[in-house]
Design a protein around this ligand. Structure first.
Ligand SMILES: [Zn+2]
Ligand SMILES: [Zn+2]
Length: 103
């Protein structure tokens, strides 16, 4: 059971490497999924943790869910968090729990 669009996406999101502990360090990991933002991206292997957001799956072509990055910041701003990446925010904002209806 996968929550992603296809097996290729699932495989390429998953770090399965005996050398690297972090997907950003491993050249075999091509894509990144930020659960709290519902955002997929192509990893830029430049030593940092940047990615280029993508709207379609490179393997199966499925339209990916829209990024909720802006909404994440807006929602937290409404709750009084001006620097949510540095402040202790509610636990649900670290996962997709904050926007899932069935929660
Ligand atoms: Zn796919
Ligand atoms: Zn590796």
């Amino acid at each position: 059971m996968t929550k992603h669009c296809c097996q290729a996406m699932q495989d390429n999101l998953t770090l399965n490497c005996s050398i690297h502990l972090d997907g950003f360090d491993c050249p075999d990991v091509l894509v990144n999924y930020i659960e709290k933002f519902s955002e997929y991206g192509i990893i830029v292997h430049n030593g940092g943790t940047g990615h280029i957001a993508i709207n379609f799956c490179p393997w199966c072509g499925t339209r990916l869910p829209p990024s909720r990055r802006d909404l994440w910041f807006d929602t937290l701003a409404d709750l009084g968090f001006q620097n949510p990446t540095e402040e202790p925010i509610p636990e649900k904002f670290h996962t997709d729990a904050w926007y899932r209806r069935d929660n």
